[in-house]
Write a protein of this length. Structure first.
Lengths: 429, 92
């Protein structure tokens, strides 16, 4: 017997789960297919989730979701080979509900999210791969998975950065190494008390700590340390084409990062429990595929809905927001009995009204700006050298900060160049 | 902290290894390439250069997709591991 679904969602990540949850809540017959053995089995990320979008979908989710810590502190550090200059932001407001951000481990969190989708009434089929699309003329009318034809009014694609179905639907070409960053991460386990001592955390407080500078040896990218309950997520993100061209491996950068004098002591004794890697679509609106066609919508990383600036790199909340917008579009299309591209164009409208496409447009220049190698070499060196000069007492008559600044920048960069870089950064931070 | 090899890092991961390869290298195209970007792009060191040939071991693959994006020549044919097989993250 062939079961026909109102909607088939491909991929049980944040986009697919958000969409499946919202559709099931509205009473639609929904199938979510996931190629991993369980939801989250194939998923990896840096480790922090920001913004109110998830709590709008699942009010008070933190009361039952397996989150690790809430983000009470944010720190940004500039690294040279030996030095580290940090800026930390702390406010009691980050410790008040609804929290501004959480550290999460995807394997645990996505699995939980998928159970919520099931409880809402959707079928979540794990260990099932969507191999192809079903077509009726130019209308997509379902998927082929595990050799079976599974018909549906509409397909919502949330199969991640390497989205095969977006390509099969003819909505985008091949990904380019220039448009993606590679993230590699180690999860290091510690006794909880030791971790809290080292990072000066109490209760469920956590820190999201990001790094720019020598950790990527001049390549566009950065490093991160996020605190989990009893582990750290430690990783490096770096532009894929740069790795290939400079013949550098991300894992070597990660090992170097872990040996940095400002960091090594904090990681001492950590037990490696997982090594993972994933790609992040970072070219924003330039790489975004068409978001819909007859009978199909594209969400999350598959749609390249990620905003990366010098100071933030966010995708998961965009994924959830796009999943919700896709669900709203499908509910409306169902009422009208029209799943053509014309009807599904409402999805693009919704995204344009929300932060999703607004943010992507605001920061459309960011990925280009972030390719400037001076961000990863000259500037971190400059600020570290300057602060060292100001703070070092060598018994000689003191100089003003401006005199020090003129000295440390000499031969490295001109004021004119700095002004130009700053101007170019307008659309990037 | 002494760095450990990629191989040792991968050894802590959980995999359900399929009996079939999910990545194939087209020897004819691969032989003509001297960039060998795959060697640097693969975070799991699945690609090795031995006596002028690229060899691939699929067992440690993290399914990130870097190799087939970075291979300009299209020498890498990737079919994902069968559903339920391959890397199985416990933390993520």
């Amino acid at each position: 017997m062939e079961q026909r679904f109102d909607a088939i969602v491909v991929g049980a990540g944040p986009a697919g789960c958000a969409c499946g949850y919202k559709l099931a809540q509205a009473g639609l017959q929904v199938l979510v297919v996931e190629r991993g053995k369980f939801a989250g089995a194939k998923n990896m990320w840096g480790g922090v989730f920001f913004g109110p979008v998830l709590s709008e979908l699942l009010p008070n989710f933190w009361e039952e979701a397996p989150y690790e810590r809430y983000v009470a502190y944010r720190r940004l550090s500039f690294l040279t080979d030996e030095d580290c200059l940090s800026i930390e932001f702390a406010t009691p407001r980050f410790s008040q509900l609804p929290y501004n951000g959480f550290s999460l481990l995807r394997s645990k969190f996505d699995r939980w999210f998928a159970t919520k989708v099931q409880e809402a009434g959707a079928i979540v089929a794990t260990g099932l791969q969507a191999d192809d699309l079903l077509w009726d003329g130019k209308q997509i009318i379902g998927i082929i998975a595990g050799g079976d034809k599974l018909p549906a009014d509409v397909v919502i694609v949330g199969d991640g950065v390497n989205s095969i179905l977006t390509q099969k639907a003819g909505l985008r070409g091949e990904l380019k190494p220039h448009d993606v960053k590679q993230g590699v991460k180690e999860v290091l386990q510690f006794p909880r008390e030791l971790l809290e001592q080292r990072f000066n955390l109490t209760g469920d407080e956590g820190i999201a700590w990001e790094f720019i500078g020598s950790c990527t040896r001049g390549l566009p990218g950065g490093g991160f340390i996020y605190t989990n309950k009893d582990s750290l997520s430690v990783g490096i993100i770096v532009q894929l084409n740069a790795l290939a061209q400079k013949q550098v491996k991300a894992n070597d950068l990660l090992d170097g990062f872990k040996r940095h004098p400002a960091i090594a002591g904090l990681l001492e004794g950590g037990k490696l429990v997982e090594y993972s890697a994933h790609l992040i679509p970072v070219a924003g609106i330039k790489m975004m595929p068409r978001l819909y066609t007859d009978g199909l919508l594209v969400t999350g990383d598959a749609a390249a809905l990620v905003v990366g600036t010098g100071l933030i790199l966010e995708g998961a909340n965009f994924a959830v927001a796009s999943g919700v917008a896709a669900a709203e579009t499908v509910i409306r299309a169902k009422q009208r009995g029209d799943f053509s591209a014309g009807s599904l164009a409402y999805y693009q409208e919704l995204l344009e009204q929300s932060f999703v496409l607004k943010d992507l447009k605001t920061f459309k220049g960011a990925s280009h700006f972030l390719e400037n190698p001076r961000i990863y070499t000259t500037y971190p060196e400059l600020v570290c050298n300057l602060v060292e000069k100001i703070l070092t007492n060598d018994g000689k008559p003191r100089k003003s900060a401006w005199q020090h600044f003129s000295e440390v920048k000499k031969g490295k960069i001109s004021l004119w160049q700095m002004a130009r870089d700053l101007m170019r950064g307008k659309e990037a931070v | 902290m002494t760095p450990i090899s990629v191989e040792d890092k991968l050894a802590v991961n959980k995999y359900d290894i399929d009996r079939d390869f999910h990545i194939r290298i087209r020897e004819d195209i691969c032989q003509a390439c001297d960039g060998h970007y795959c060697l640097y792009a693969c975070p799991a060191d699945c690609y090795k250069l031995t006596e002028g040939h690229i060899t691939f071991s699929y067992e440690g693959c993290l399914e990130c997709g870097s190799c087939w994006i970075v291979c300009d020549n299209g020498a890498i044919e990737c079919i994902l591991p069968r559903a339920g097989f391959g890397i199985c993250y416990e933390y993520g």
